[in-house]
Design a protein around this ligand. Structure first.
Ligand code: CMC
Length: 380
């Protein structure tokens, strides 16, 4: 089937580019569901690995299926020493998202077999990517400080192990649980920019490591995953609760974007921001409030007052940065952590795409000239 109308819609806003049963968003009511399960329910009752299973294979696992999946992921957490050696050559000043994109792509060199119609191949690729991406993020974090990477600890669950590899300390159970919920909240969100990128790459029937590497590159931008870092820089810039109102007024007067607010789909508060706000409150209650939190609360109040009527409210990135900062995570790791979580959604879309594939090949509206005479170099 071909599109009959040829209307150009910048950013493809509201243009359906796929049919999918993975997730559902109602931006007016503030609803997000993964495979028909409400995000609030999953955040309260599930875990990141169970949610990953649900997203990729379409149903909640049985006790045995979940145990098998968790064990496989645990077993595959280590990365090859040649990948570690390659990462040691990365400049320590490089952004961790660039390091992650390169290392994710490098997995394709080591697991070169491609058998996209073999369920066992798909399972192995899923397990490897879910297991190794956090290890690569933590390894780069250690290496840029001149340390050897901390090996995964087989006694620890997914979230606890990641925080352990970052800090060499086993986190408090509340911190690990909150981090695991953060991963669940970021795991999938319909056909956003990075997922679309993953789907376009997948539609060429290339390998899953290339799919994930292209999605990581797309997530890195400040209008997408990079916004959570920008939120912290903005809170730093604001400096105190009293400065919030003039800061916001100045940004609005200059038509600048306020980071962590607004969404292409949500015209009410992002349900993930509401859940994260609750988690942030719990975390700050246990570990002590700080000025960043107070500035954030005031900022949300003032932005809502000024821009709420335009449908601009806090999005997922507004509170996630605050939580990660409180967990002691460096700011430039916020987006790689988003990537760790979103690998689940990207892989679900990869599997869906290759299951019923047609290569993406949209059209364009040409705006250039025609039939220009070629001008010899000496006459230009
Ligand atoms: N601050 C101030 N004004 C805003 C904001 C904001 N954060 N977001 C949108 N607007 C205004 C915008 O200026 C425009 O106003 P007008 O109609 O008067 O020109 C109107 O709202 C529509 O904005 P848009 O940029 O056309 O909306 P979009 O759907 O293309 O963009 C967005 C969505 C998320 C890119 C945008 O809201 C934004 O840049 N937000 C800040 C960055 C951010 O927090 N990104 C994270 C998004 S959620 C997670 C993720 O995707 O990674």
């Amino acid at each position: 089937m071909t599109a009959s109308a040829c209307e150009y819609i910048p950013g493809l806003a509201n243009v359906p580019a796929a049919q999918s049963s993975i997730s559902y968003v109602d931006g007016k009511k503030g609803i997000l569901e993964y495979r028909g399960f409400q995000i609030e329910d999953l955040a309260a009752k599930s875990t990141f690995l169970e949610t990953t299973y649900l997203l990729i294979w379409g149903q909640l696992p049985s006790k045995q299926q979940l145990a098998d999946f968790e064990n496989e992921v645990r077993y595959h957490r280590r990365i090859k020493y040649r990948i570690r050696d390659m990462m040691k050559c990365f400049p320590e000043t490089g952004h961790p998202m660039d390091a992650l994109q390169t290392s994710a792509a490098a997995l394709g060199l080591f697991y070169a077999r491609r058998a996209l119609n073999d369920p066992q191949y798909i399972r192995e690729a899923v397990v490897r990517l879910i297991a190794k991406i956090p290890t690569m993020v933590a390894a780069f974090m250690q290496m840029r400080k001149g340390n050897d990477p901390i090996q995964p600890n087989d006694d620890l669950d997914y979230a606890t192990n990641f925080l352990y590899m970052l800090t060499e300390r086993i986190p408090e159970p509340l911190a690990a649980r909150i981090f695991d919920v953060c991963l669940m909240l970021h795991a999938e969100h319909t056909i956003n920019a990075s997922t679309f990128s993953a789907m376009v790459t997948a539609s060429t029937m290339t390998d899953p490591y290339a799919v994930i590497a292209s999605a990581v590159g797309t997530l890195a931008g400040p209008l997408h995953g990079g916004a959570n870092e920008e939120v912290i820089f903005m809170l730093q810039d604001i400096g105190s609760v009293e400065n919030v109102r003039p800061y916001v007024e100045n940004l609005i007067a200059n038509k600048s974007k306020i980071m962590g607010f607004g969404h292409r789909v949500y015209k009410v508060k992002d349900p993930r921001a509401t859940i994260l706000q609750g988690l942030a409150e719990r975390l700050f209650e246990q570990t002590g409030r700080d000025e960043y939190y107070d500035i954030a609360v005031e900022l949300e109040r003032v932005v809502e007052e000024k821009l709420g009527s335009k449908g601009i409210y806090a999005n997922v990135d507004f509170y996630s940065g605050l939580v990660y900062r409180k967990l002691g995570i460096p700011t430039d790791l916020f987006t790689p952590i988003f990537a760790i979580a979103r690998v689940a959604g990207w892989l679900a879309h990869w599997r869906e795409q290759i299951g019923e594939n047609r290569i993406f090949r949209p059209t364009q509206i040409y705006t250039g000239g025609h039939n220009h005479p070629y001008i010899p170099m000496r006459e230009r």
